[in-house]
Design a protein around this ligand. Structure first.
Ligand SMILES: C[S@@+](CC[C@H](N)C(=O)[O-])C[C@H]1O[C@@H](n2cnc3c(N)ncnc32)[C@H](O)[C@@H]1O
Length: 274
């Protein structure tokens, strides 16, 4: 079990896999983001982030580190055209669709002067970083003394039904009852673990919990979310595509019987100040 976790940790943080496959385009990230359109309540995440940046005055410098497909940058450019916004990511491919200025950069070595930034965003990305304490230190280094860092991640309990569905499907494929667990992307920096990392640099932490239930009447959004783990297909001791196909059949049966499939979501945003 420990060995499995170490291998999974290495795979979740492997830069070649992240830049060359998982985030070489926004296809898989977009599939994960789009599941939330079926969530109740719906949260306007970019709106919540924009609200938290309310204290950053005009011309203030904001950097979105690990900006991915620019979901947050796009919205901030609309809502806060007065901000000086920069998007950074280690994956050049995913930056292609994000409007400039953007640059390829690693959160553990930011190409930014000390104290030069009013707010840094690190949204759903710190769990991909091999040295999380160094990333937190670096975010702290670049923000000004009264600046803020906004991080986000998922609880260890997030989307438990998807983990369960995976294990049922994998067990059916292998003919072993319950199959091996799916890789967990956020396990290294969950909502439960995040405060202890962030408190090393920040005295004031506010956590905004975002609990909700995704309800689907069609298996495809859930299947697309599961398939978005394809960059880590080799980390599962079960054929990936066959497991996805089996999960689809289980979902079709479940929906025929119960009318819907529900997934419990528990994400959160951490607003950090010194
Ligand atoms: C799950 S996506 C989140 C994207 C976006 N922040 C969002 O919340 O929609 C994680 C992003 O972090 C980037 N990333 C991973 N490790 C990184 C690192 N060490 N430095 C900068 N970006 C990184 C990935 O390439 C990917 O685009």
């Amino acid at each position: 079990m420990t060995e499995l976790s170490a291998a999974h940790d290495a795979a979740v943080t492997d830069r070649v896999r992240l830049a060359g496959s998982a985030y070489s385009s926004d296809r898989d990230l977009a599939a994960r983001q789009s599941l939330y359109q079926w969530q109740t309540p719906r949260y306007d995440l970019p709106g919540i982030v924009a609200e938290q940046l309310g204290g950053v005055r005009g011309r203030g410098r904001v950097v979105d580190v690990g900006c991915g497909n620019g979901k947050f940058i796009q919205r901030l450019r609309q809502d806060r055209p007065d901000l000086d916004l920069l998007g950074l990511d280690i994956a050049p491919g995913i930056l292609a669709s994000v409007s400039a200025p953007v640059a390829v950069a690693d959160v553990t070595r930011l190409p930014l002067a000390t104290g030069s930034i009013d707010a840094a965003l690190a949204l759903h990305m710190l769990y991909h970083v091999p040295d999380i304490p160094q990333a937190v230190k670096e975010l702290s280094r670049v923000v000004s003394h009264d600046g803020l860092v906004i991080a986000s991640t998922n609880s260890e309990r997030d989307k438990a039904e998807l983990g369960d569905l995976w294990q049922r499907a994998a067990g059916d494929v292998l003919g072993t009852g319950r199959g091996p667990a799916r890789i967990s992307l956020s396990a290294r920096f969950t909502l439960e673990k995040a405060p202890s990392f962030l408190r090393e640099e920040f005295g004031r932490l506010e956590t905004i919990g975002l609990p909700g239930i995704v309800t689907v009447h069609d298996p495809e959004p859930v299947i697309a979310h599961m398939a978005s783990y394809r960059a880590w297909a080799d980390q599962h001791d079960v054929p990936f595509d066959a497991t996805i196909e089996r999960a689809r059949t289980i979902l079709v049966d479940h929906i025929a019987q119960h009318g819907a499939f529900e997934v419990t979501c528990l994400g959160g945003i951490l607003v950090c100040r010194r």
